[in-house]
Design a protein around this ligand. Sequence first.
Ligand code: C5P
Length: 419
Amino acid sequence: MEQTQAKRIVLGITGGIAAYKAAELARLLIKQGVEVQVAMTGAAGHFITATTMQALSGKPVLMNQWDDSSNGMAHINLSRAADAIVIAPATADFIAKLAHGLADDLLSALCLARNCPLLVAPAMNRQMWENAATQRNIAQLIADGVTILGPASGAQACGEEGMGRMVEAEELAAEIVAFLQSNKSLNGGSLSLALSPGERGQIQRMDGVKILITAGPTYEAIDAVRGITNRSSGKMGYAVAQAALELGAEVTLISGPTALNKPHGARGVDVTSAAEMFAAVKQQVAACDIFIGVAAVADYRVAQTSEQKIKRGDSNMTLELAPNPDILAYVASLKNPPFCVGFAAESENLREHAKAKRKAKKIPLLAANLAQQAIGADDNELILFDDAGEHVLPRSDKLSQARELLQHLAQLYRQGNKR
Ligand code: C5P
């Protein structure tokens, strides 16, 4: 991944059983071109050895603030050379230290002295996670601009079941890489971290706003094994969901078949065909304030699908196709429609087609992109069309595009510009 080539992180490991997953996380990040400097607490050393982490990262692991070789200034120097500090796993105790600004070991001191974004992946027993003190500390970290990754829910090492597992290494690596890529355009941090406390006020938050998003392609079966689909990867729709979550929105993501992990905090609904997507949207739409149709919904389905695999023959074969419902147009025409946002992927005459589509679907905001540049790609160049005209977003990675789109949308939504 060329965008992450020059990125450097400090991977901080604290003392919990999930520390063993940090080895895999380091390996995955390095594989994607991220330089990883490991710093561990003493307690982390009970769960995973510095030798393991040193072998994987190719750098000496820093553990003790008293025996570093950089003039006793490791707690300052480390973050100066890093694009982000990632604490994974972060124990309840370490989170409490971060929330209160304690600095009694190398890792907490370097977090306090940092001048780069901090990402924290909590891992602990479910009762510890649910404890009011932990929740207070997490809320404080969020208010301080720290990005919290997870935790996930499921079986725990202690035998209990619930919220508090560390997010799996693969998923964490994907989120960290996406974060580092987005830094490129946001000048060194996630949306809130990139800005000074004064500037943070200018970000249009969407706390509690309910956003329903469709993403990915649909798959229209021909028979038991064949089908019609398109090359949509889902990356743009998932980036829109991520950007909405960052602003505090409640996100439901209805997705066709993709290879992507849903962003943390999104409520996911998986569908296959356009008919299934339509049914899921109908079920969810009444509860949403904003509907964003990013999915590349197949315009046609096979009129008569075969339950069995169709046998090969020597003569021509004709497939009869029936039109699929236009989900976005349906939502926009509801009696009390949510604020609707559409996407248009066109292969030619982008502006002309996009404007016509916005009008035909009667939606206040439409984001248009060139299909041959956007579908499956990591970057994009959206042109937003609304009542005021067009707004070109300069080319950047899809998460950055999504963040800009969400800011534009938040402004229109706030103005009550529904039509
Ligand atoms: O396919 P088309 O270019 O018309 O798609 C434009 C917008 O309409 C997109 O936001 C897409 O998600 C939505 N759409 C839909 N249902 C369809 C076709 C498109 O919701 N059947």
